[in-house]
Design a protein around this ligand. Structure first.
Ligand code: NAD
Length: 480
């Protein structure tokens, strides 16, 4: 018996969870279930996280969470329970298989079997946002080397375990050379350890277009958080329905399994919802906890049910489907077929050792880090770049750190800027030491800041300009 934690959630959650658990039980899954309450009721009791301390205790005990969708109440102050759970439990990998079931479920892409592996903890989802001036807001995009190595390694280990042939990486490293550049670089480095697996990198815009147009050319795709969030929904939708996709959130010690859709409040309580997304999430869970034979038995019976044309209303189509069934009756149809295999769709077979990958992060030696300058961000309205530069030069006269350039929204506007460049009230002023590449003590930055402050400049923030083992840890400006 494996202890797991189950939450029935909101809206259609209880109906699809009951249907799923019924199928799991009938198939002989060895589960000892602890039920917790999360979501709307907990939020409305005044708990802004949507989850009580006792529920965390259960999760810590079982380390495996099967979760139905929840409703996040409208209005401010309520934190996304999904994001909290992922971050608190360190669920770094989001795994979404997106498969089409042609000709039994209508799709424009009859040949599609893609697994999206999305980094789940970093990137713009760190949620560090600031308003800095009247006109400008900022969201920090954080990409770490260990975070990237974990997700890339996970993608290659997944491909190996599931006998996939190719891993593709999507980034936008032609623009974000440092953050997405790191993701691409680590993909190449880690990929070199898996020569048996084909590997390729696409810039995310054209990669996304190809995925939506020709999904059959992809196998496993690994990407940073934001692109993965968007594209995993696109990929699930083009298989025929988002209602048909499950998802696993995997961490070092914990894992959470769910459907990708929400709580569909409009059809709640009507016995209409398709339980397939949650069922496929539960199948991923069975594989994860090593109950692979039960996982296979359920998935094959489910494929046979689709093949027999027994469909819930969302995928029911005259001429293709045979019977439209409610949630409960669909679950019964799957149970009736336990032990059967699909005739046309490919039956699944999971190797018994598939479950747990050993994801290790390579230890990195700390680099030699040298301070060479500073970017000072200023708030200044209704001013021309040349006048601003003149004022800064006067304020910083005699300092070792000298003004090298000014950019506005990343584009160089001084020296030799174009008068046509649109400027906001948010300026980045780059200071470097005049001669050579010597390291400067941080005191010089503080002295400069004091002088700028005394001269009446509004400093929003600074970013130090470091070299790491002789390589610049910052980018040049557009137009520099
Ligand atoms: P939704 O996924 O609940 O519904 C979108 C559409 O798909 C609706 O027309 C719905 O009827 C249909 N649908 C969804 N699941 C279905 C199923 N299993 N069978 C048949 N039809 C199905 O998205 P939404 O309406 O944007 O959000 C509703 C609520 O769900 C919101 O409160 C949102 O915050 C929440 N939500 C929760 C999760 C989660 O818990 N993981 C994810 C997304 C949205």
């Amino acid at each position: 018996m494996k202890k797991i934690t189950v939450a029935k959630g909101d809206g259609i959650g209880p109906e699809i969870m009951d249907a799923t658990l019924q199928i799991l039980q009938a198939a002989g899954a060895q589960l000892d279930i602890e039920e917790i309450e999360i979501g709307e009721k907990v939020y409305l009791k005044g708990n802004s996280a949507g989850i009580e301390p006792e529920a965390w205790e259960s999760l810590r005990r079982t380390k495996v969470f099967l979760k139905a969708p929840i409703t996040t109440p409208q209005g401010g102050g309520f934190k996304s329970l999904n994001v909290t759970t992922r971050k608190v439990l360190g669920l770094f990998a989001n795994v979404r298989p997106c498969v089409s079931y042609h000709p039994f479920v209508q799709t424009k892409h009859p040949v599609m079997d893609v697994v999206i592996i999305r980094e789940n903890e970093e990137d713009l989802y760190a949620g560090i946002e600031h308003r800095q001036t009247d006109e400008v807001y900022q969201c920090l995009k954080l990409i770490s080397r260990p975070g990237t190595e974990k997700i890339i390694r996970y993608a290659f280990e997944y491909a190996k375990a599931y006998r996939r042939k190719k891993v593709t990486c999507f980034t936008k490293d032609n623009i974000m050379k440092m953050t997405d550049g790191l993701f691409h670089k680590v993909f190449d480095e880690v990929g070199a350890e898996y020569p048996e697996i084909e590997q390729e990198h696409w810039i995310v815009d054209i990669g996304a277009a190809k995925l939506a147009d020709t999904p059959e050319m992809f196998d496993v795709i690994v990407m940073p958080n934001l692109y993965g969030d968007i594209l995993s929904d696109v990929a699930a939708q083009i298989t025929g329905s988002v209602g048909l996709a499950g998802s696993a959130n995997i961490g070092d010690g914990f894992a959470m399994f769910e459907a990708i859709h929400g709580s569909a409040p409009r059809i709640a309580g009507t016995n209409k919802a398709n339980p397939s997304g949650l069922l496929l999430g539960a199948i991923q869970m069975l594989v994860h906890i090593g109950q692979t034979e039960v996982a296979e038995k359920i998935q094959n019976a489910w494929l046979k049910t689709l093949e027999d044309g027994v469909h819930t209303y969302d995928i029911y189509k005259e001429g293709v489907s045979r019977e439209s069934r409610g949630t409960k009756e669909f679950a019964e149809a799957v149970i009736e077929r336990l032990g059967e295999k699909p005739a046309l769709l490919k039956p699944v077979k999971y190797a018994s050792s598939i479950a747990n990958f050993n994801i290790k992060v390579t230890e990195q030696k700390p680099a030699k880090k040298e301070l060479k300058g500073v970017d000072v961000f200023l708030h200044a309205a209704n001013i021309s770049p040349n006048i601003l530069a003149g004022m800064i030069q006067v304020a910083s006269m005699g300092e070792e750190l000298q003004l090298l350039m000014i950019t506005n929204r990343g584009t160089k506007v001084w020296p030799n800027g174009f008068p046509e460049t649109f400027c906001t009230d948010h300026w980045r002023c780059r200071f470097k030491k005049n001669e050579g590449k010597d390291t400067i003590p941080y005191d010089k930055v503080l002295t400069l800041m004091n002088k700028l402050h005394e001269a009446g400049h509004q400093i929003i923030k600074t970013e130090n300009l470091y070299y790491f083992d002789g390589e610049p840890g910052f980018t040049a400006a557009q137009g520099q």
